[in-house]
Ligand binder design. Structure first.
Ligand SMILES: Cc1ncc(COP(=O)(O)O)c(C=O)c1O
Length: 428
């Protein structure tokens, strides 16, 4: 069989790092999710309808009435100081101590990830990620050409023993990894949270093997049950670089995230940001500050929690009701995602094509691992679809899954031998 080859006339003009850049399946799928006839569990869209447009109108016009010239102007690279004070309060909500001068405001946490990769990774450096991990971090890191090691997750988060094995293996070859990246709470894509005991173990390994920890925490305040667990950053501010964002608790469109880190690291982040974009939008920083200063933002988070908890419950109940028993999934205590494990003979990227015929979309697991890997997983988002869409969408998806299972059984695959919860890179 011969594949169709398209020749890019600029092929030999590109930097070699572009050959490793991965296309994000999440981003590609957003095109499909825009179709109104599709029930989409793809993407990770927060429910911005929860905010009253009138409130935003007043907030924006307040900024323009009182602070228009500055809002339209360049600002300091490290960010708008009054907003930094608000971010200190946001972190305090999770018991994370911080000072405004220890914060650099970025265009979303995504820019923070890219700047950190830029200042930390030389081509060929070794880094450690969870497997699966956040696709945006993976794509950003990959373009700086590191060697990526993944450590599996189970219900308690990163499996520390497996991390230790990886570290020992690297140390025996004289290799010190630059950093470990973790989404410590309600991870994207699995919804899993790193247990407290493991946080301590992880920190002690980072001291023993001398690597930095990048803690990315967009979902910590979206907890629907149980008690908060101390952030890695609050347990050891010397070892941990922390990324926060307003995307999931206020607005993703404002593009406001931040990095807080040990001072020397923060200074390098600042230099990298200067050359990346000079400063984060003066306008949206002022809008966000006005909102956080004048409005009941804690009330907004409570409202989002109520909405998302209900949607999570609906998704878990629908999965229970419609999905065949060979299939397993995570039961997240917060965040936006459920991670489904299919039998390992099912290819979830292929299954997406059938799902679209049934007018339902999800993200196949492959994007969340360095290739190859993740074929038999899917990520489902429950924050954006309405309750009735969740029930209907899961019902449609169950038909697709059942069709795949029966097809496999017709082909004589060992459908009974589904290894429950098994993951080619560990168990989830
Ligand atoms: C784990 C994680 N980190 C970072 C981001 C990017 O967030 P932001 O919108 O602040 O760039 C996301 C977005 O989904 C995420 O899930």
């Amino acid at each position: 069989m011969c594949a169709k080859i398209t020749v890019d006339p600029f092929y030999d003009h590109y930097a070699s790092r572009t050959s490793q850049m991965l296309s994000s399946e999440v981003r590609d799928l957003l095109a499909v999710t825009a179709r109104p006839d599709i029930i989409s569990f793809a993407g990770g869209l927060p429910y911005t309808e929860a905010i009253d447009p009138e409130v935003m109108l007043e907030t924006v016009s307040g900024v323009l009435k009182e602070d228009c010239p500055a809002a339209l102007q360049y600002g300091p690279t490290d960010g708008y100081v009054p907003l930094k004070h608000d971010l200190v309060e946001v972190m305090a909500e999770e018991g994370i101590p911080s000072l405004p001068e220890d914060i650099v405001i970025t265009h979303g946490a995504q820019q923070g990830l890219d700047l950190l990769a830029k200042i930390l990774i030389n081509p060929g450096d070794h880094i450690i990620m969870e497997g699966p991990t956040y696709v945006g971090a993976l794509n950003s890191f990959v373009s700086y050409q590191p060697v990526i090691h993944t450590v599996p997750l189970d219900d308690g988060g990163l499996v520390v023993e497996r991390l230790e094995e990886t570290l020992e293996g690297l140390a025996s070859r004289g290799i010190r990894p630059k950093f470990l990246y973790t989404v410590s709470n309600f991870q994207n894509p699995t919804g899993i949270t790193l247990e407290e005991e493991r946080r301590h173990a992880l920190l002690s390994l980072s001291r023993e093997y001398d690597f930095i920890i990048l803690e990315d925490n967009p979902y910590g305040l979206l907890r629907y049950e149980g008690e908060p667990i101390p952030a890695l950053r609050s347990l050891d501010a010397e070892r941990v670089v922390y990324l926060g964002t307003l995307s999931k608790i206020f607005s993703a469109g404002m593009r406001i995230g931040w990095v807080t880190a040990p001072r020397p690291v923060l200074e390098k982040v600042l230099l990298a940001k200067q050359s990346a974009d000079l400063c984060t939008s003066s306008f949206t920083q002022r809008v966000a500050h006005r909102f956080f200063h004048e409005r009941d933002w804690r009330g907004l988070i409570r409202k989002l929690r109520t909405i998302y908890r209900e949607r999570r419950d609906a998704m878990l109940s629908a999965l229970e009701e419609f999905f065949p028993e060979e299939i397993t999934w995570t039961k997240p205590g917060g965040g936006l995602f459920v991670w489904v494990t299919l039998p390992d003979y099912i290819n979830s990227s292929d299954m997406l094509a059938s799902a679209l015929e049934y007018k339902v979309a999800f993200v196949p697991g492959t994007g969340f691992f360095p290739p190859p890997g993740g074929n038999n997983f899917i990520r489902l988002n429950f924050s954006y679809p309405e309750l009735d869409e969740i029930w209907e969408g899961i019902k449609r998806l169950s038909k697709v899954v059942k069709r795949e299972l029966s097809l496999a059984s017709c082909l004589g695959l060992d459908v009974g031998a589904v290894s429950k919860g098994s993951c080619e890179r560990g168990s989830i």
